[in-house]
Design a protein around this ligand. Structure first.
Ligand code: PRX
Length: 654
């Protein structure tokens, strides 16, 4: 961050009425949390969440880092998101505005969403799904998807949503790890005018073995096209819910009861099942929606994430509903029928708060540059008042374009830094308080003790980069890795960091303002289009193509559109291919990775070598591969390299 960068103060009208109004209000909240951390969170938990049995204790840290929040309180997340709003007179208010891929719009009120949720909940109960059971949800963006999540929450079943772009193998791994009793899916998903299978992939996943815990597969009709149904196991959702009562007494669960598991990539091979609580998670979902987006009764909120990712959990399935908001649920893609889709939807639905990823913005900038008709200037975006960004760093050029062309120069952009593990925003501007600096996620959310330290946990001065940590626990933090508490401890609370939460990102604070800028992951995790991918996960997928691949190393390289791109260096079990043959094998390997993990993990570049740069002790020198992937000259020390000639070979071949 340099002094030449522009700054943007909050618009005075917004600042005057915002939930957190002005910097003094922000600072007062931070001070309140600083003076009495548990008192602060306890106050907010009472104000924002309805408890069946009020908690008497805010934090139990006796088994740190396995923290427990509000542990003797009971509640139900679905009660908080649905019934409570209806009791407050919002039954006829629109909860969800669903826009299908083809443009059809369906509005669902709070009363209707509750009825639907209760029917699914009763249907699940009739199949023997009960509190503590796991349910995998493999479905695209839909009212059914949101209702299915709410239905699980209603009966105390723990949901695990798997993004519809994951392959059968990935789905199988998640079903097995969760030990799910039921899978909720649809016949197909429709994206960009194409019909893509979902049910067939569930069948394939279960067919791969290890999914014996699954008693039923519930299938929502989307395409209406024929799909295979296994007798005794597969049921149409319509049949399961038909005749079920539209009311269902919520299962009152303890605050720590696992609301959901969500799998995310780490630096080792296997994705981790991040376990979230009910009480603490819901509090932060509601609180951050309220403060970061300044959500008001008449706002139309649109978070473009998929419910398969954490952003879709916190800022679609839970946060806005917990506050009685109205939100968009969009089935399609930003480029169909053309790259003006987002802008047209903002115009049509009078969206006032819009939350998306830098990758989407960058690709829409490109689209608008090549085809002026999809430029946002052709749409009426005057309903917008707040913009948000999430998932990866937003480069200042994209920030300025977003601010100027989408926000008309009047909407603050909240660049929200957080993670699957954190449950909600950690470092973010508050739109009525924080002066913005493009490219910086600015300051910690009140009560979040984000800091930058060195390898031994000592604070580093502002202006000097280091490791991003959170010093104190917070209510929506990851509770454990499902089935692997030792890995949880090792990954997030390494002993050398004095009990601080290790985010896995590097960061730097501005010397003058103290503003944070995230400098990227410090582990072997890549961020491609805002999707988290482990390099080892992709390497394992490549080497699982045993007939072809002897060895593989994967690194990231910067990419103008996707943030990072996946670059794989592969040694084959046959002589190094060149020309057309190399292209054909690269395609075969890409498809293989697509099948093993999902299309999002397909490497952009695949380079073949006779071997990989290794130290004499056999360790792959990834920093050299990173330089080669970027097309940089190798300036690093290569004296420890076993086979220096390989660098030329890998640099030359593409
Ligand atoms: O590297 C950071 C990046 O995304 C990672 C978290 O990914 P995931 O768990 O998939 O959650 C994404 C949605 C919250 C982080 O470790 N990241 C997320 N938000 C930002 C970011 N990097 C920079 N700026 C952000 N605003």
């Amino acid at each position: 961050m340099t002094e030449e960068l522009k700054t943007y103060a909050p618009p005075p009208a917004l600042a005057a009425t915002a939930h957190v109004s002005g910097m003094a209000a922000y600072e007062a909240l931070c001070q309140e949390a600083e003076n009495d951390h548990t008192g602060y969170w306890g106050r907010l938990a009472r104000e924002l969440v309805s408890w069946k049995k009020p908690f008497t204790k805010v934090l139990n840290d006796s088994e740190a880092p396995f923290f427990k929040w509000f542990e003797d309180g009971t509640l139900n997340a679905s009660y908080n998101c649905l019934d409570r709003n209806i009791e407050r007179g919002l039954g006829d208010k629109t909860a969800l505005i669903f826009e299908a891929d083809g443009g059809e719009v369906t509005k669902t009120t709070y009363a209707e969403l509750l009825a639907k949720t209760c029917q699914i909940a009763n249907g699940l109960k009739s199949l023997g799904v009960a509190k503590g059971d796991r349910v995998v949800i493999y479905i695209s963006m839909s009212v059914d998807g949101v209702a299915a999540m709410q239905a699980c929450a209603r009966i105390g079943a723990t949901h695990s949503v798997v993004f519809g772009g994951f392959s059968a193998q990935s789905l199988r791994d998640r079903i097995e790890d969760t030990g799910a009793k039921a899978v909720i899916t649809a016949d197909h998903q429709i994206r960009g005018g194409k019909q893509l299978p979902l049910k067939a992939i569930v069948d394939e996943a279960i067919g791969l073995g290890g999914c014996d815990t699954v008693k039923n597969v519930l299938v929502v009709k989307r395409s209406g096209a024929e799909v295979a149904m296994t007798a005794g196991r597969d049921l149409w959702m319509a049949d399961v819910v038909s005749g079920q009562p539209t009311t269902c007494e919520p299962e009152w669960v303890e605050a720590e009861h696992p609301l959901f598991l969500l799998y995310t990539s780490g630096s080792t091979g296997k994705p981790k099942g991040v376990q979230h609580s009910t009480g603490g998670y819901l509090l932060h979902a509601a609180l951050t929606t309220k403060w970061t987006f300044d959500l008001r009764a008449d706002d139309i909120f649109w978070c473009t994430a998929d419910i398969g990712w954490v952003t879709g959990h916190t800022y679609i399935a839970y946060g806005p509903l917990a506050l009685g908001g109205t939100e968009i649920v969009f089935e399609g893609v930003p480029t169909y029928p053309d790259a003006g889709r987002f802008w047209k939807m903002i115009q049509d639905h009078k969206v006032s708060i819009f939350y998306t990823a830098p990758t989407a913005i960058r690709s829409l900038i490109k689209a608008a540059e090549t085809n002026d008709t999809v430029h946002p200037k052709h749409y009426d975006l005057s309903s917008l008042r707040i913009l948000g960004s999430v998932g990866e760093p937003i480069n200042p050029a994209a920030w300025e374009w977003y601010h100027h062309h989408v926000g008309g120069g009047r909407c603050p952009i909240v660049d929200t830094f957080w993670q699957t593990e954190t449950g909600g925003h950690m470092i973010t501007p508050l739109p009525g308080a924080t002066t913005l600096v493009p490219g910086s996620c600015t300051l910690p959310f009140p009560g979040i003790s984000a800091a930058i330290v060195d390898e031994t946990g000592n604070d580093v001065p502002n202006g000097q980069g280091g490791i991003l940590v959170v010093k104190k626990p917070w209510p929506s933090m990851i509770r454990t890795i499902w089935g692997d508490p030792a890995r949880f401890k090792k990954s997030y609370y390494p002993s050398e960091l004095r009990g601080y939460y290790l985010a896995g990102d590097g960061a730097i604070r501005d010397a003058k303002t103290g503003y944070f800028t995230i400098t990227g992951r410090i582990d072997d995790v890549l961020n491609v289009s805002g999707h988290r991918m482990g390099t080892m996960e992709i390497e394992s997928a490549l080497v699982s193509c045993t007939e072809l691949v002897a060895e593989a190393a994967v690194v990231g390289r910067p990419d103008d559109t996707t943030g990072e791109a996946i670059c794989a260096f592969v040694v084959l079990k046959r002589p190094r291919p060149t020309g057309e043959e190399a292209k054909a094998i690269a395609k075969q390997l890409r498809d293989h990775v697509g099948k093993e993990i999902g299309p999002i993990a397909k490497p952009k570049d695949i380079r073949f070598g006779d071997n990989l740069p290794k130290t004499r002790s056999g360790k792959i020198m990834r920093r050299l591969l990173r330089a080669i992937a970027k097309g940089e000259a190798i300036t690093q020390d290569t004296s420890t390299l076993e086979n220096p000639a390989i660098l030329d070979q890998l640099s030359q071949n593409n």
